[in-house]
Structure formats: structure tokens, C-alpha cells
Design a binder for this molecule. Structure first.
Ligand SMILES: [Zn+2]
Length: 549
């Protein structure tokens, strides 16, 4: 009789490939699933009784920004408790490596205050050394990394708004090649953010040609998500065709100001696929985002030291020209800036303003009427008064588009969040982060159980085998003999996201709980139990995954 290290018995098994569930047992040894058999037939040194709950592959979050926060909270608290066992980092052009000594300050500035935390040692220079730093201290989830185009560019020409010379482009290619050899799964761009927005299409094609040689993936926060969304999707498809790389269009919901709903961008994706191009899409499920107010400013001034930004905003003539830049939006700014461009001040709610706590929870429109000022002036004054700390919730995506994307077979679901924890730096000041604490339970609770927008097996496919296939991780994201034992056991009837406020614009802020979800009872990473009856075991069996070439 074969005795496994671990047997999960009595579960409704969803294999991750979109098939309906079946009753069965899983036998696990040395981190991998070795057998799947009829219910009650396998023997193990340790038995976990799933008690009729769903047993599925661990969730794979293909779009996150945990690059640095995983170093602060290696237990990956907000992530593992959702059933997520793998985070893909390095998205939207941003990765913490490679590092060039003379541009380290710019890279740190680009990452913001987290870059100054003691856990972020910046001891790495190459991509390989960064990946090793992640692995060395132990991690509770698996990490797969993309090389960020902005980081490659900053390592060579910093934040300069210009085209790299041929020699500089070659140096970017060398950095990229080092990352791909170290196991990066591809390259990402963030074409609305500095310095990604300074890059031409040709620059990206040239780099993607290197990605193609390593059979990697090109992922993109495209060059406009509102008025110019179709042009931006077309550019991403064009890059894929010219460089011969598969393309993943990141968080592709049209943002406020887009002339069409999501069927229009999906139509372009379908057309490209019909012509034989491997294009896929991801999207997250929340309709809002809570960035700093400064990130709504034009890219050309966004990365200046905050004192210089404030000086500009205090000069009446410069203030007017900044306002005009935002409205003209000639170089498309990131999604939320559409609310400024179109004067949707009632959709911008102040979340954090240490110098003016009395305005927290009020919209810019409301504050403008209180102060008898134009809303643009209020927005700028709040930056002058609070610096980079002023944050607001931008309600900028239509619910309708979330549903259209969710139901499309070529769209997988991601969080666009990061590892957080309700203690320490990652909770201070409290960021608005339902995506980081609740994305996956929210998918299952709301869109599967309550609203029946998609089936359970389709929802699970979009967060397991589909992202695994996209990354080329053919032995993860599925429950099959031979696959790694990344496994979740959850009760669909009890699953509850406790971080997405159903009344999101009602304050005080204790309506924004950093709370773990309910109903996810067990989570295993590489065969080791990390969540036991909803509590973290402290285990750190996570691996830095490397693309094998
Ligand atoms: Zn992005």
C-alpha cells in the first residue's frame, strides 16, 4: 500500500481547467501531487478532510506589485489567506532590478516611500541577485517575475524624456538578457507612467525581440486606457506581431473617458487571435483606485521632488498651464486622470490628507463648494498642503465593463494589488486596498455565488490554469498527477471578502477594513500547509519560480 506524505480526502475537486468538479482524494509527496483517486481510497501520514468543500489549484495572480512588499512581509499575509499561492511581480514596467549605481536614486524615487524601509536593502544589482534576495529570507508564496521596461531604461538613461541612442538601447538589451537568463518570464511596460511613456513603439519592439529569443511574454499597461484605448491596444498587438512575442494586455478595463465599452477593445484582441496572434488580457474587479493626488499631474512634472512640484503649483501662471496639460492629455496620462480631464470631481473622494483631516471622506466637488473655489484649484491646493501624502479614491471604471471582461474567455483575473499586512509599514498609513486583501474571495462571493455572472469552474480556470499556461508553468495551476501541490480548500457558501466596502464612499475610515477573508480554510504551497483552518502556520515553502528556457 502506498502511503503519501499528505492526503486531502473527501473534496469536490476542480482541476483548474474549467471542468465541473468531481469527488476525490489527492495524494501528495515531496511537494507534488502523485495521485488523484476515488474518494476515501488514498492513505497518508497526514490526512486533511476537505469535508465536501472545493479543492482547487492555488490561485495565481498574474498582475501584482509585490516586488518590494514581499521583502517586508515574507509571510504574504493578505495574499495567502485569499488562497493565492503565486504572485507575478514586475508589472507595469516597474521592477526593482536591474540597478545601476548612478541611477539608484531615481529607481528608489520611482518606488516611493517603500524603497526607504529597512527591509529593502538594495543589496542587489542584477536581476538574478534580486531574485536571490527574495528567495534567501524565505517566502510563504511563490514569486514569478517580469523585467520592468522602466527599470531597464532607468538603469541606462534614468528618467530622461528622450530616445536612447543605439548604444544605450544595446545596454538596455543586455540588462534585459541578464534578467531573462536569470528566469524572468518576460518584460512588462507601463506606457502611461514616466519613464515608460517616453519610449517609442520601436524601442519596445527592439526589446521584445530579445524577449522573443527567450520565449518570454510581453505584458503591457498600455499607452492610454481612456480616449485612446483602441489605439493603445492596437500598438500592443503591433508590438507582438513585429517582435514575434505573445502579448498580455494588463488590467484592460476602459477607464472613465473611453468612448466605447470593453467589447471594442476585446474585439481587437479577438481579431488578432483569429489571425494567429497569441494575445490575452487580464483585469481586476474593483471599479476604483486610491493613488496619490500627485500621480494625476502630467508625467513631465510627476517625478520632480515634491518641493519643486509645490513651487510650480504655487505659481499662478504655471498652475494654469498644468491644468491645461491635464485637460489636453496629449501624452495620455494614467486612467484616473480622466476624472480630472472631464471634471468628474464628484467621483474623487479624499482618503488621506494629514494636514486637513476634516476633509477626509469628502469629494473634491464638495470641498470646492465649501471653500468657494474651482475644483482644479482645490485639487492643486491639497497637493500644496499635503505633499505626496494626499490620496484619494478615484471611482473611474464602470461596473458594466468589469462584467463584460469577466465573461470573456481570453480574460483572466488579477488583483493589481500587492502583499500587505494589517500591521507594520504596510498598514501605515492605511491604504485603500480591497484588491490586496479581497480580490479572489470577492470574485467567488460576488460574481460566482451571489450574481452567477460566471460558473465556479470558469472562475477557477481564470485564476489557475489560464495564468499558469500564460506563463508557461505547465506543472502549476492544475490538479493533475505530477503537478506541484499548490492547493486551496474553500467553502463557497461561507466565502466572504471582508475588505471591499459595499458602501465605499461612506466614512469614517474604519469602513475600509484591512481584514482577511472568510471561508478559505486550507492553503498549501509546494505541498506544505501555510493556512490551517484560516490561520497562517508561519511556514515559508514558497519558491522564486524561474522560466526555464
Ligand atoms: Zn498598471
Amino acid at each position: 500500500m502506498r502511503i503519501f506524505d499528505l492526503v486531502i480526502t473527501n473534496g469536490r475537486i476542480l482541476d483548474g481547467c474549467g471542468n465541473p468538479w468531481f469527488w476525490g482524494d489527492l495524494g501528495i509527496r515531496r511537494g507534488r501531487i502523485l495521485d488523484i483517486a476515488a474518494r476515501g481510497t488514498l492513505h497518508g501520514k497526514k490526512i486533511v478532510d476537505a469535508a465536501g468543500q472545493f479543492v482547487t489549484p492555488g490561485f495565481i495572480d498574474i498582475h501584482t506589485h509585490s516586488d518590494l512588499s514581499i521583502l517586508i512581509n515574507r509571510r504574504a499575509e493578505s495574499v495567502i489567506r485569499q488562497g493565492v499561492t503565486t504572485h507575478v511581480v514586475g508589472n507595469c514596467g516597474m521592477s526593482p532590478a536591474p540597478v545601476a549605481e548612478d541611477h539608484l536614486d531615481e529607481l528608489k524615487h520611482n518606488w516611493g516611500s517603500i524603497a526607504e524601509q529597512p527591509e529593502i536593502t538594495w543589496i542587489w544589482r542584477t536581476f538574478s541577485e534580486y531574485l536571490q534576495s527574495v528567495q534567501d529570507g524565505g517566502i510563504s508564496i511563490n514569486i514569478a517575475a517580469l523585467a520592468g521596461h522602466a527599470a531597464l531604461r532607468m538603469a541606462v538613461i534614468g528618467l530622461a524624456d528622450r530616445t536612447p541612442t543605439a548604444i544605450e538601447l544595446d545596454r538596455m538589451k543586455e540588462y534585459l538578457e541578464e534578467a531573462l537568463k536569470a528566469g524572468a518570464f518576460g518584460m512588462s511596460t507601463g506606457l502611461v507612467y514616466p519613464p515608460g511613456c517616453f519610449a517609442s513603439t520601436d524601442e519596445i519592439i527592439a526589446l521584445c525581440t530579445v524577449v522573443s529569443q527567450y520565449h518570454g511574454l510581453y505584458t503591457s499597461h498600455i499607452r492610454g486606457e481612456r480616449e485612446t484605448i483602441l489605439e493603445a491596444v492596437t500598438e500592443a498587438i503591433h508590438i507582438g506581431r513585429e517582435a514575434c512575442v505573445p502579448v498580455q494586455i494588463s488590467h484592460n478595463a476602459p477607464k472613465y473617458g473611453a468612448p466605447y465599452d470593453a467589447t471594442a477593445n476585446l474585439h481587437l484582441v479577438e481579431q488578432a487571435r483569429a489571425e494567429g496572434q497569441d494575445i490575452t488580457v487580464d483585469n481586476d474587479l474593483h471599479t476604483d483606485l486610491a493613488p496619490a493626488l500627485v500621480s494625476g499631474l502630467p508625467q513631465a512634472i510627476q517625478d520632480l521632488p515634491i518641493t519643486e512640484i509645490i513651487t510650480k503649483l504655487q505659481d499662478p501662471a504655471t498652475r494654469i498651464s498644468i491644468q491645461q496639460d491635464i485637460i489636453q492629455d496629449r501624452r495620455p496620462a494614467f486612467g484616473p486622470a480622466g476624472l480630472l480631464k472631464h471634471g468628474q470631481w464628484q467621483r474623487i473622494t479624499i482618503l488621506y490628507a494629514p494636514s486637513n483631516p476634516e476633509i477626509i471622506g469628502k469629494t473634491v466637488e464638495f470641498i470646492a463648494s465649501e471653500r468657494r473655489q474651482a475644483p482644479f484649484d482645490v485639487y492643486f491646493d491639497l497637493i500644496v498642503e499635503n505633499g505626496i501624502e494626499a490620496e484619494a479614491i478615484f471611482d473611474y471604471i464602470e461596473q458594466k465593463n468589469i462584467r463584460i471582461l469577466l465573461q470573456h474567455p481570453a480574460v483572466m483575473i488579477c488583483s493589481d494589488g500587492q502583499v500587505l499586512a494589517p500591521y507594520g509599514f504596510l498598514n501605515d498609513p492605511p491604504p485603500y486596498s480591497p484588491c490586496s486583501y479581497g480580490e479572489f474571495p470577492y470574485l467567488l462571493e460576488r460574481y460566482v455565488r451571489k450574481e452567477h455572472v460566471i460558473t465556479i469552474q470558469e472562475a477557477i480556470r481564470k485564476i489557475t490554469s489560464f495564468p499558469a499556461q500564460r506563463l508557461g508553468l505547465m506543472d502549476r495551476g492544475v490538479l493533475r498527477p505530477g503537478a506541484w501541490a499548490d492547493i486551496v480548500i474553500f467553502d463557497l457558501d461561507r466565502i466572504r471578502d471582508r475588505s471591499t466596502n459595499l458602501y465605499p464612499y461612506h466614512f469614517p475610515l474604519d469602513n475600509y477594513p484591512h481584514s482577511y477573508p472568510e471561508g478559505i480554510d486550507y492553503v498549501f504551497v509546494n505541498g506544505v500547509m501555510v493556512v490551517d483552518r484560516s490561520e497562517h502556520t508561519g511556514a515559508m515553502p514558497g519558491l522564486v519560480l524561474r522560466k526555464s528556457n
